[in-house]
Design a protein around this ligand. Sequence first.
Ligand code: ZN
Length: 399
Amino acid sequence: MKRTEITIAGDSPGTSHQLTRFDIGPDDPTLPKIFLQAGLHAGEQPGMMILHHLLAMLEAGEQSGRLRARFVIFPMSNPIGMGQVGLHHHQGRYHLRSGLNFNRGWFDLFEMLAENGGLTNLAAALLSGSSDSSESSGSSDNAAHNTAIIRQAVRAALDACQPVTALDHQRLHVAREACDSDVVLDLHCDDASLSHIFIVPQLMPGAQDLSDWVGAAATLTAEDSGGGSFDEVWPGLWIKLARHFPDHAIAPPPLAATLEYRGYCDVDDEMNRQDAQNLMGFFMGRGYVDAAPAVAPPSPSPSPAPLPLSATEIVVADRPGLLAYNVRLGDIVSVGDVIADLITLDGPTAFVERHPLCAGTDGLILSLRCLKYVGPGDTVAKVVGSKPLANRTGYLLEM
Ligand SMILES: [Zn+2]
């Protein structure tokens, strides 16, 4: 296991950030590459605890020669966000200097390749063949050839970026490692929540094993959730290339997903150690890690089938108040059921009126919030429904 400290100059004079990277596994570029990061939203720390445990498990696997893939791990991928503490309160979701959400506005690799006639050059270099998964072996060879060319072009495009801010540098460091990975897992958490996954629909049901191992209460799919989130970057490129080059052999998209490990408060040594163990189970199932001798490979419980993210209702407060929840995580609700009463805090009905906030869809209570004082537009709950909702188009994420 190799640890590398990357120093990023801070935007303020006299400051810098340390980005820590671990490389584990055989130094063989022909092996699959697995990328993991936690803490991109720096306030979401269950993933850091999970990767703390995973590092030890992978190191043990490396020492006993059981790794069949290369792992690149950033257990705290956003040191800039970790430093954003003011008045004893950590603000890890938005970059204070620019206002940018740390998991929005990531690269559009297809657009980057398209700049300066890049797609024409690519077309000349790519070999023909079907992008279909039922491709012949000759077409498969062509796809492997094309993958190498595309990855080279992506790396060149990233190398041509001219980072200015510390955030630019941080993004480039992790993007350079994610861009040629076969598996990209971005560990996050919600407010108060059950585990769930965000993934592009093209990767399902192929990644159902990931949902099962994560123990996802929901797997929510959107090809473009409208925010340019990290996990969509990597498969997004290959999906767009396959559409743009229908007669060329374009490999299927890499497996990338946002893994939401419950809520902010679910940083728990034993629970997160089990989460890491489950990720090892996923890696073993995929053949990236051999099981230890004489240990029966575990198997996960099945998770629910994926559902479109556009069917998940984000219930928001329409006024300020104090939330009195009427539901718990995992409850099943119907349209019109009261999710919470909002206790009015001002005006003639202050401290007397209870204003009900109701479910707009039938579904599962996936997320609530820890802190109960809310204002207009604040998320109160996420309800996982199965039918796309008319008001859920365009931007599908929280801000
Ligand atoms: Zn997050």
